[in-house]
Write a protein that binds this ligand. Structure first.
Ligand code: ADP
Length: 402
């Protein structure tokens, strides 16, 4: 069974073709700068094998349809031998950012489902429209092949009302659906399941804190295998300090900026999403650059690291209180997998709570799942590489098998 996974963004499409027999990646590609003067498509065929091959081309890519068409041409090119025909693909899995309150699990896409994703556009105006473009193009290019939507919000649908309600006038929930939804669900779910497998226990018996630290960052409290709270909220702006997003701030800062700095809503929104977080604090949003600058004595870079890791630690404490008993903490995504300093600063001083890293193991980068805690640590700490594409492909497989 071969499954195509599509993550369609506003100006890019990421895709992976996975052979579910051995869960091997047959092709992984990226179409970038769609609609811009010079587009770019890159695809690695059979990555991680001796037959690995790279295909690249730079040309104008008018829209998502042309982009997807180019990707399909690469996959069906007789010279590459990846697939002989589009019909070799058993199912297409689509990452969809916002499922609102409509979707609790991966869903077979029908016209009604498309309409429901469309209804949720006001909740994710930047994400759901390009996700829909990807679905429409794939339906056209692969007629008769099942299309499945996997929602970033779905894993968090188990969060109870006391954790998803904001203390705002109730009509805002009733009429506008303003509540915590949470994101990165596919990643949190995937690393939680991996962690359970590695610990040799059913996920339903485990309480976990999963920490996804990439460009976007979020932390989830998982009780008996289900998400019960998470740091991202109504939009992917709340909670932890991210690459360019602020995370938590006092909501009164908005009105202060409007009254005293003449900023309008658009300017404030842009600042909080694009010019805040690590970038706002020190001018850099890549943790590697921040470490480099710290080594040269850059104090603002140090401050950015401190602010981010302090916020992480504060939420670890909060989620320990939410869960009562924590069996394991899992780090994942770009920073979580690669940055020993962020991991150790995040868990600094938590020894009394039974959390102890093994400094030697923690000093490594996580390429494969790695137990980072000291054997004496009551709470296990894991580094587990996330793999959202594989998680989506597995969901598609299990839905098609039903
Ligand atoms: P996204 O959220 O866009 O999927 P990733 O999970 O790929 O992002 O994470 C990207 C971030 O990971 C980069 O911005 C960088 O800060 C961080 N990162 C990647 N490699 C390293 C490394 N070796 N050391 C520290 N941070 C790293």
């Amino acid at each position: 069974m071969k499954i195509l996974v599509i993550n369609s963004g506003s100006s890019s499409i990421k895709f992976q073709l996975i052979d579910m027999a051995g869960e091997s990646v047959l092709a992984a590609g990226l179409v970038e700068r769609i609609g811009e003067k010079e587009g770019f498509i890159q695809c690695t065929l059979k990555p991680g094998t001796d037959e690995k091959q790279m295909v690249m081309s730079q040309e104008f890519i008018a829209d998502h349809q042309s982009g997807m068409r180019m990707a399909v041409d690469i996959l069906t090119d007789p010279d590459t031998g990846i697939i002989s025909d589009r019909a070799d693909i058993s199912g297409v899995g689509h990452r969809v950012v916002h499922g609102g309150e409509d979707f609790y699990q991966p869903t077979l896409i029908t016209d009604d489902v498309l309409a429901a994703i469309e209804r949720n556009i006001p909740l994710a105006p930047l994400h759901n429209p390009p996700n829909l473009d990807g679905i429409r193009v794939a339906r056209e290019l692969f007629p008769g092949v099942e299309q499945i939507a996997v929602f970033d919000t779905a894993f968090h649908q188990s969060i109870p009302p006391h954790a998803y309600h904001y203390a705002l006038p109730h009509e805002l929930y009733e009429e506008q659906r303003i509540r915590r939804y949470g994101f990165h669900g596919t990643s949190h779910n995937y690393v939680a399941a991996e962690c359970a497998r590695l610990m040799g226990k059913p996920l339903e018996e485990l309480n976990l804190i999963t920490i996804h630290l990439g460009n976007g960052c979020s932390m989830t409290a998982i009780k008996n295998g289900r998400s019960v709270d998470t740091t991202l909220g109504f939009t992917p702006l709340e909670g932890l300090v991210m690459g360019t997003r602020s995370g938590d701030i006092d909501p009164a800062i908005h009105s202060f900026l409007a009254r005293n700095c003449g900023m309008d809503i658009e300017a404030i929104d842009t600042m909080l999403n694009k010019d805040s977080g690590l970038k706002g604090l020190c001018g850099m949003n890549d943790m590697r650059d921040i470490h480099e600058q710290i080594s040269h004595g850059n104090e603002r870079a140090r401050l950015a690291l401190e602010v981010q890791t302090y916020r992480n630690r504060k939420y670890v404490g909060a989620f320990m209180a939410v869960l009562g008993r924590v069996d394991a903490i899992v780090f994942t995504a770009g920073i979580g997998e690669n940055d020993p300093v962020v991991r150790s600063k995040t868990l600094e001083g938590l020894e009394l709570f039974g959390i102890m890293l093994d400094p030697d193991v923690n000093n490594q980068r996580v390429k494969e799942p790695l137990l980072l805690s000291d054997p004496a640590s009551r709470v296990q700490v894991w580094g587990i590489p996330t793999n959202e594409e594989l998680a989506i492909a597995r969901e598609v497989k299990s839905l098609l098998g039903r």
